[in-house]
Design a protein around this ligand. Sequence first.
Ligand SMILES: Cc1cc2nc3c(=O)[nH]c(=O)nc-3n(C[C@H](O)[C@H](O)[C@H](O)COP(=O)(O)OP(=O)(O)OC[C@H]3O[C@@H](n4cnc5c(N)ncnc54)[C@H](O)[C@@H]3O)c2cc1C
Length: 457
Amino acid sequence: MNLNVKDLESLAGEGGLLVGDDLAARAAGIWDPEPIRAAALLRPRTTAQVARILALCNEHRQGVVTHGGLTGLVGGARTTADDVVLSTERMNDIEAIDPDGRTMTVQAGVPLQKVQEAAAEAGLKFALDLGARGSCTIGGNLATNAGGNQVIRYGMAREQVLGLEVVLADGTVLSSMNHMIKNNAALDLKQLFIGSEGTLGVITRAVLRLRELPGSRETALLGCARLDDVVCLLKHVDRRLGGTLGSFEVMWQEFYRLVTSPSSGSSAPLGSDHDYYVLLESLGGGDDDGARFEAILAEALEQGWAADAVIAASGRERDALWALRDDVEQTNSHGPTITFDVSLRISDMERYVAKVRERLDAAFPENHTWVFGHLGDGNLHLVVAVGEDSASTRRRVEEAVYEPLQSIGGSVSAEHGIGLEKKPWLHLSRSPAEIDTMRRLKRALDPAGILNPGKML
Ligand SMILES: Cc1cc2nc3c(=O)[nH]c(=O)nc-3n(C[C@H](O)[C@H](O)[C@H](O)COP(=O)(O)OP(=O)(O)OC[C@H]3O[C@@H](n4cnc5c(N)ncnc54)[C@H](O)[C@@H]3O)c2cc1C
């Protein structure tokens, strides 16, 4: 470490500095029981404290890695023994809710679920939702521009934020706590930091955009024979629902069979012979939404775009349908897995998945590959198990999944970010000019390279 730990002592308030055994007692991640590797961990409570910490670290060219809820899936929060960790865990206040302006002002360390619950108590909705909601933080969601289950309706994390406060590497507090939906007064600087994974600044506060709480929620699972049918179904329900389509998730047959197998503990709401399973949800506001939803699905069945369907008749049944889609853990029953999050045009999906399977089958004849995801957003997740996950095996699996994306203009990261894990593959999705511009931005905002060193670029 380039600093004397003593210099950090007064910077994060009482109990704000962890070193030695206190630090070693903390796990490196939600799935990584190893202790955090770091020289020190700081737990500031205020933006002013973050500013002082960064100013000092910048002066000493000391690397700083920001930690939110540590649920990130690409190694973006990984540390070395020399790093200082800046955890936002004590910056967890909801400062204000404005029900008429439909905004919420929060500190960066507030867990997503707490934001959702506070919005709901005010009769409003915070329109970002993902499986890690109980642990991930708003700061982490914005730093990774998280996606999740309702992007088709509300957009990604980027669309849920109106204002942002960020501390730059040199300690400058850049406060853009805008409350308005429209503000074209020159550059919208907050956009630079959303999705920058802690490499350009530390997000300390945000003004979140809230929506009206939907008055109805209709959920169904449909079985389809062909991906072309799934696409027709998507267009049909989106058109007929008139803007209320909230989710359009798809599970390929192997995934559905896995999550409804006897060992999964879940029962199968539909037979397991369909090639694709669509979980769709409408978030509406009218009293007759249920009947309309049913009629729209009946039309799809008549057209032959779906072969069978089940509509959730209660909150319990809805949760059971979502539990199937979320039960990714079942893939662990086949040994170590390698998980992917890619983005591509819907029209390319069938050929892309076939190509990946062909390459995996050639290299690993015994592989298990499960495909599912937010198809309505062009976002697929692939989970691959080939019996082991050594670095060389992982590399070969990654080649099989990532390389076919380049020629079809796909992305190696739909919503999880780049972190460390996807860094070697960024060039497949971004041009040299794009990467060069990112480097120039990094040099301009963090010339000493202290923020999340070695990540993303
Ligand atoms: C079960 C499960 C389901 C998931 N589902 C989804 C999903 O559907 N969609 C999706 O997009 N992701 C998903 N994720 C990934 C993850 O939850 C998101 O990436 C989340 O946004 C990370 O938030 P975090 O607070 O845990 O951040 P961390 O993991 O702590 O950090 C992630 C990155 O953000 C940086 N960072 C954190 N806080 C700040 C801050 N205040 N300022 C600057 N940089 C910061 C870190 O340095 C790191 O680079 C899932 C993860 C799990 C475990």
